[in-house]
Design a protein around this ligand. Structure first.
Ligand SMILES: Cc1cc2nc3c(=O)[nH]c(=O)nc-3n(C[C@H](O)[C@H](O)[C@H](O)COP(=O)(O)OP(=O)(O)OC[C@H]3O[C@@H](n4cnc5c(N)ncnc54)[C@H](O)[C@@H]3O)c2cc1C
Length: 318
């Protein structure tokens, strides 16, 4: 079922959903299910599964020279979505990125998802390869999420890359996209970022999931700014309970977000990560309560591979 239909069927009740990462290469589905199991009693209607592009690593050869190797540390998004749907009978939302894909490969991935009965995709550009300064599209690939949306919409209309071929079996993907209450880090200003966000919606995106934020006012301001621009689709807040002291500097550097002073001071004062995680849970519960009162259709939690804190938050709310 489509994410947007889940929102409609909820009749104004706030839903609980979460995002997981594919396990590191070499780990198995049992480990992944052991992270998902504790969250299933809160009845998520869908689970997001991230996509991780290739990375370059350098290995020293016997002759002392370095060899550049391409590796994908967290493969398996499509298979994981199918396994989750099969095991838990819930919908999944695979993330689909431009980086590392040409249009042909994207089309093949979408055909696989369609055959597997997956009805949703979160369409993203993806970040640049870690060793590169800026995003470089694959030859024959897409520069921006908006171009990838156009390809999905074409397939929803039964048009594949081969002009001649018009299928009478259209795909019917519900398309979600990313939004940034604190602005995407490359955008010159929020206004410009919102203009491109609006374009994604005009092209066919039916809902927006936000980057994590720790100050609800940033989300409220973002929603107001979106509405003023004429962006009228649901805007799902993405939340992350902070779990370690190092996340105080790690999360801002990775995701280009601010940690409010009160939260930063409380985490800094913690003697260890156990205490920090407790502060993180309490903060996320307060954020969630206020967002529920605001009437958000769904609270979407970034588990980042660990479900313990998300479960504690869900226990207090759902
Ligand atoms: C909810 C969520 C889930 C995510 N999941 C993943 C994941 O699974 N895998 C992963 O690799 N990354 C993921 N990311 C990170 C995301 O890929 C990066 O933030 C990336 O840098 C931007 O992706 P985007 O889809 O927002 O890009 P876009 O919408 O393409 O925007 C990228 C930048 O270009 C600008 N822009 C957009 N269109 C145009 C245009 N036509 N011309 C000029 N400028 C333009 C925008 O303002 C923005 O600054 C996720 C992010 C979020 C918020």
């Amino acid at each position: 079922m489509k994410v947007t239909d889940h929102f409609k069927n909820a009749n104004g009740k706030t839903l609980f959903t979460f995002e997981i990462l594919p396990p590191l290469k070499g780990e198995n589905m049992k480990t992944l299910f052991s992270h998902i199991d504790p969250l299933m009693e809160f009845k998520p209607p869908f689970i997001d599964v991230t996509y991780h592009r290739e990375e370059y690593v350098y290995k020293q050869r016997e002759n002392g020279l370095l060899e550049k190797i391409t590796t994908r540390k967290r493969p398996g998004t499509v298979g994981i979505c199918a396994a989750i749907q099969n095991n838990y009978k819930v919908d999944t939302v695979p993330h689909l990125i431009c980086g590392g894909f040409n249009k042909e490969e994207t089309e093949n991935a979408l055909i696989d998802l369609h055959f597997l009965g997956i009805d949703n995709v979160l369409v993203l550009r993806g970040d640049c390869v870690k060793s590169e300064q800026r995003f470089v599209p694959e030859p024959g690939g897409h520069h921006y999420a908006s171009e990838l949306i156009e390809q999905v919409v074409e397939m929803n209309n039964g048009c594949y890359l081969d002009d001649e071929q018009v299928s009478n079996s259209c795909t019917d993907f519900c398309i979600g996209v990313a939004g940034y209450p604190e602005k995407h880090f490359e955008a010159p200003n929020l206004k410009s970022d919102l203009r491109w966000l609006k374009k994604k919606v005009e092209l066919g995106a039916e809902y927006i999931v936000t980057q994590m934020f720790f100050d609800n006012q940033k989300y409220f301001d973002f929603v107001n700014a979106c509405r003023a621009e004429g962006i009228d689709v649901p805007i799902i807040p993405g939340l992350k309970p902070m779990t370690t002291k190092t996340q105080l500097t790690l999360l801002p550097s990775l995701f280009h977000i601010e940690i409010p002073c009160d939260l930063a001071d409380a985490i800094e004062a913690c003697p260890d990560n156990k205490a920090a995680a407790q502060v993180g849970v309490e903060w996320a519960i307060q954020q969630s309560k206020e967002l529920m009162e605001f009437g958000v259709p769904c609270l979407h939690y970034y588990s980042m591979g660990k479900s313990g804190s998300v479960r504690k938050v869900a226990e207090a709310l759902f």
